[in-house]
Design a protein around this ligand. Structure first.
Ligand SMILES: Cc1cc2nc3c(=O)[nH]c(=O)nc-3n(C[C@H](O)[C@H](O)[C@H](O)COP(=O)(O)O)c2cc1C
Length: 449
């Protein structure tokens, strides 16, 4: 069983890093999250400078172990569990109690005074919400949808919002076509399984992400009515912002240090907040851009999805790894006994199915696709540039990719699979000798030999 909300998830972690020193929400919280990333443990800031009573939680998905914890499964079953549960839906239930509305601030004058908004990188223009789960309803079809959308605090009760992806980008276009604002609710501090569900690629007409969230968590999401917009909210969230995206308004946004590891500026729609509600002793969530947390989210919601699709299209596809730190712009796929023309078809399909994927390497499954040394070895010894390169041009570049910045983009695939012949066999020592060597070394480590 997964956890039902953020605080029960945190309570279940025996290796939670508790920070008692009151750090500043400007840079210091972010710096500690970044320094602690390599430990793969979640962090709870028990005090925040300038915000008495507030707490901040971060690095919640800094390792596959934490993601497995979020889904109530083991690390080696993580992807399979995600795929099995993601295919099912568990309908949400009506909440009997709504802790997310313990405290209500209608028409707040200064959201920045109410919440410990975090400023992450040194050239960031302002504090940003980086893990707000934004909920909205399509004014055309009535369908509800959600996604993670970064939001820049502009002072008072205004935020810029990057709506680059469906379904919310489409909902805003539909609202603007009717000359109306788009109502939104932003849930902050949710069960990590729900956060994972909110970035699942379902396509504009895909299944309801609240149902996927319920399935991933192993329990229905409890929903309640928002107070100032006509939307349902997760009742057990820590904090909710309610508001409206103003029709036809675009304002400068950024610079902001993005998941691509580069600063990004843009012109974005604006949200005017109509209410802030929160739990009495709320825990504010932080997600540091360009970290393992983002890699984990993308590996599940992007990588696992793409692997499933490709397995159904090309025989011999075995595994897929989104290269950490690349915001899923780079990936490695492993195949078994896949003829060269099929590898080429696979490259074309993958580069076209996924809007983010820009650099794809295909290797055989004797290569450990999670080990950069082995992938580089396959490229160095099995790949012949003039024969094994596929370049696709004239596609749309992804908006946060600095090299194309949303303009025309191109993509590349490398076939680093082996040809026929013993010259491609990977060298190795016999398995029995390796096992003996491990046993001898272990004995030395124990001081017995
Ligand atoms: C950490 C993270 C941050 C994201 N930030 C944004 C954002 O600021 N704006 C946006 O439009 N999409 C953002 N997304 C993607 C959306 O949540 C998107 O709806 C979701 O990934 C579905 O993918 P697709 O519609 O591109 O296929 C982000 C995704 C992740 C994992």
């Amino acid at each position: 069983m997964g956890q039902r909300d953020l605080r029960s998830f945190l309570e279940g972690l025996d290796d939670l890093i508790r920070v008692r020193e009151p750090l500043e929400p400007k840079f210091e919280i972010a710096a500690l999250l970044k320094e602690a990333q390599g430990r793969g443990r979640a962090v709870l800031f028990e005090q925040v400078a300038g915000h008495p009573g507030a707490r901040i939680a971060g690095n919640l998905l800094a390792s596959r172990r934490l993601a497995a914890r979020a889904l109530g499964t083991s690390e080696d079953r993580l992807i399979d569990t995600y795929v099995e549960r993601g295919a099912r839906g568990v309908p949400p239930a009506r909440a009997r109690e709504v802790p997310a509305q313990d405290v209500v601030h209608r028409e707040p004058a200064d959201v920045g005074a109410l919440l410990p908004l975090v400023t992450h990188h040194e050239k960031d223009a302002a504090p940003y919400l980086t893990c707000g789960m934004v909920l909205a309803r399509d004014p055309a079809s009535g369908m509800r949808g959600k996604g993670v959308h970064r939001m820049m605090y502009k002072g008072g009760r205004r935020f810029g919002i990057l709506l680059a992806n469906p379904p919310l980008s489409l909902y805003l276009a539909n609202a603007e076509a009717q000359g109306r604002p788009l109502e939104v609710a932003v849930a902050l501090g949710v069960d990590p399984a729900m956060l994972i569900a909110s970035v699942v690629k379902t396509g504009p007409l895909g299944p309801d992400k609240m149902e996927i969230a319920g399935s991933l968590a192993g329990a229905p999401v409890e929903l309640a009515r928002a107070l100032t917009v006509d939307l349902d909210i997760p009742a057990r969230a820590e904090v909710i912002l309610e508001g409206r995206v103003l029709p036809g308004v675009r304002e400068p946004e950024g610079p902001f240090g993005e998941n691509t590891g580069a600063y990004f500026t843009n012109r974005c729609p604006v949200v005017e907040v109509s209410a802030v509600t929160h739990r009495r002793d709320f825990i504010f969530p932080a997600l540091m851009p360009w970290t393992a947390d983002v890699d984990t989210l993308l590996a599940l919601a992007g990588g696992a999805e793409l692997l499933g699709q490709l397995k159904g299209l090309v025989r011999g596809v075995v595994d897929l790894e989104l290269v950490p730190g690349t915001s899923s712009f780079a990936a490695v796929i492993a195949v078994h006994d896949c003829p060269r023309h099929e590898v080429r078809r696979l490259i074309h399909l993958a580069l076209n199915i996924d809007r983010r994927l820009k650099v794809l390497t295909v290797v055989d499954d004797d290569v450990n696709l999670r080990d950069p040394r082995e992938v580089a070895w396959a490229m160095a010894t099995r790949y012949l540039p003039e024969r094994d390169t596929v370049i696709v041009t004239g596609l749309e570049g992804y908006i946060i990719d600095p090299s194309s910045a949303g303009g025309s983009g191109s993509r590349i695939g490398f076939d680093a699979t082996r040809g026929a012949g013993a010259q491609f066999d990977k060298i190795g020592v016999p398995a029995a000798a390796a096992a003996r060597a491990r046993a001898v070394l272990a004995a030395i480590d124990r001081g017995e030999a």
